[in-house]
Structure formats: structure tokens, C-alpha cells
Design a protein around this ligand. Sequence first.
Ligand code: TYD
Ligand code: MG
Length: 454
Amino acid sequence: MAKGKTTVFFCQSCGHESAKWLGQCPACREWNTFVEETIEKKSTKVVQRERAAAGPVCLSSIETKDEERMSTRMDELDRVLGGGIVPGSLVLVGGDPGIGKSTLLLQVCQKLSEDEKNVLYISGEESLKQIKLRAARIGKFSDQLLLLCETNLNLIAETIRQRKPDVVIIDSIQTMYNEEISSAPGSVSQVRESTSVLMQLAKGLGISVFIVGHVTKEGTVAGPRVLEHMVDTVLYFEGDRHASYRILRGVKNRFGSTNEIGVFEMRESGLTEVQNPSEFMLNGRLEAASGSVVACSMEGTRPILLEIQALVCHSTLAVPRRAAAGMDYNRINLLLAVLEKRMNLKLGNQDVYVNIAGGIRISEPAIDLGVILAVVSSYQDRPIDEKVLVFGEVGLSGEVRAVSQASQRVQEARKLGFTTVILPEVCREQMGEIEGVRLYGVRTVADAVRLIRK
Ligand code: TYD
Ligand code: MG
């Protein structure tokens, strides 16, 4: 092997580096994800010389332009980005293949180019004709948008330096390759090296760069997770590919808050924004069905109402089934244990299925009380009034704990026509009266169950 070259093994899922092959990645616990790659190590001398060029400066001598953000004219996207695109930022858009990443970014291109911004869309996946066909579905495009089909990053960097566009889209990072790296496109070292070249371009020239990264199930292509630490903002597209809505979630954002979500709907003519996600999530709810409860979760700054469905039925198995869709499986088990112990509910011979309708994933514990009441309602086969909203965190002693931003949740419920809210007693005390909504504060799970019996 040539001097300076070494072989290392990378986990294709999280980018963990190891000197020898491992069956299971110690970092992300995935199996069989290690592949061998050759990397060139620069001698430390060279590195030191490159480093020495920049001297330290004091904070006051750094000039900041008033952070002028570019609006994408899609409120849902602007919110997730923290108020628009920051010039010189690197944004990673990840998601399963076919979920709508290219469509969203082409729409961003359309809006930005209408605002007289120079946009360069570089595709390594589709031909110009395919992009044209997609664009035809979306609408009219201005000539400020330029397209390029290219996968050689050295040529791409050259083009970017010449044209100096305001925004560049790279679709996708897994197809790009750098001539100086010997491993195949899509490998961890290629993907990382390409990103670092793009990052230097973005920071150096003040160009905002969007990078598309496919989430891959198999270990043949490095996933976007290996890049998360390098970029400024990480957005993930979620949602069922077969359903029409898509959720864009901010996972990391150096310029704004994370955990904001944007909700979109995939239509014939591209993605449209869903301005009122609560209404959207509650669509198609049956009235007077047992096992159905509306709960509220805060997604960033926005309360979202969602339907929690539970189905409890007699089990024929020795170990009854528990299944969770849209929330943590272990959390369900914990809540069922609370019901068994504190409410004396005999669930040991029952299968329990819990589902959050709409395909959204919720990790906030504020939906605990909703899950509990849905399970009780299904177990007793007794519907809960459809104008009732429930929220509260449940602890192991069966106590209902306070949650943040309770009044915002109640306001959202009122906006959507709910007349009754069951909430933690502590939150109710702090809130006082709210017109048009009856508030029932509960201290324990037993209190809440008693309330719905009435
Ligand atoms: P795409 O953006 O190509 O996905 P990704 O880049 O994440 O792989 O999305 C493709 C899907 O979106 C495809 O199933 C077709 C659908 N689609 C629509 O429903 N309407 C549209 O207007 C467009 C452009 C795509
Ligand atoms: Mg695509």
C-alpha cells in the first residue's frame, strides 16, 4: 500500500470508525454495517502548516451582518429553518427514498428564483428531462434557476465558484464523488469529504447549500446520520409514503430551535403546506368510538391535537401482544403496568394495540394520560365524549404530573371546538378560568378514569 494510506472500517449507518472489522457497531448497535475503506492520512507536518495560517481574534473584532434570512415563502419550511435560510449555511435534508425531498427542494428553487435569487440545482440522480417533467407538475419556473446534472464534486465546486449563486441544492450527496478519494460514491469517506468541500464553499462564499441525503435501510450507502455533526441544520422528512401528508422535522439547528415541525401534503402538483395540522390530524375520526381519545402534544412552539386509538381485546396467546405505532413501545408497557397496579385493570390476558392516527411520531410524555384513557375506554368498551381533550404526564405511582405550556394547549383545543379539557390539577390551578371550555384538573389516573365514567 502506498505511503500515507491506511485502511479503516466505517459503520455505514452512523459513521463510527474502527481499525478492524466488527459485527455490531458499538456506537449505534446496528449489525453488519462495517465496510472497509482506504483513507489517506496527511502527515501531521502539513496539517500544522495549514493550521498556522489563521491567527486568533477577539469577539468584538468579528463583523456580523445583521442576519438577513431569505424567506422560502413556505411558512412551514421557514419555521423549521428558524425563520428562513441563513446565508452561508449548510442544510441537510434527510428522508426515505421517494418521500418528497427532491420535490420540496425544487419548490424551494421555484420560490427563491421568483424572488430574484440565483439558484443552482445540481442533480446526480435524475436527468435534465426528468427534472423538467417534475417541474412541469409543480408549476412555472423563472430563468434565475439553473440546472446541472453532475456527480463530480471537483467540477461542481468549480461551477459554484464561477457562478456564485445564492443557493445551491445538491441532490443527493450519496451520488457525489471526489476524485482524490479512492472509495466508491456513497461510502462514508466520500460522503464526508464531499460535504466538507461543500461546507468550505458555503462558508467561504456565503452560499446557502441544501444537501439531500437518503436514509438507507441496508448498509450499502452511508446514511445522512454520518453527516449530522458537520452541517448547520438537519431536517428529516417523516411520514408514511403511502399517505399524503409529510412531516418535516428539525433535528439540529444552529440558527433556531429544534423540534419544530412543518406539515405538508403531497398533491398532484407537489407539496402544499398544511396550515392547521391539528385539523388535519383529526380528520376522519369516528364519533362515539370506544378507545379513541384526543390528546395534545407540543411540537416546538405549536400545539398539535391528535387522536390516540387503543384496542384492547382478549388474547389467545400465552404472552399477550402489545403493539405501539407512533409512540415508544416501552412507554406503552409502562403505562399498562400503571393501569394494572394502580387501577386494578386485568390486562394480563388482553392484547393491547395503541396507535396515533395520522402516522405522526410523538415522544412527548404529555400524551400519557390520553393513552391511559384510550386503553380504559377500549377495555370497558365505553366511548369518551368526542369534545374532550386530554393531556398530562403519568408517573409510576399513577399520579398525573404537570406539563409545559398548558394554556396554549387549551387554547388550541378551544379553537377546534373542544368544550372539555382534562388536565393535571397543578396546570389548572395556574390557569384560572377559560371562556367556553370546562377544565377538569386531575391528580391521579384514578381521578381521570372516574371523570370519563360520568
Ligand atoms: P421525490 O421528491 O422524488 O422523492 P425523493 O427525492 O425524496 O426520493 O418524490 C417522489 C414522490 O412524490 C413520487 O412517489 C411521486 C410523488 N409526487 C406527487 O405525488 N406529486 C408531485 O407533484 C410530485 C412532483 C411528486
Ligand atoms: Mg430525489
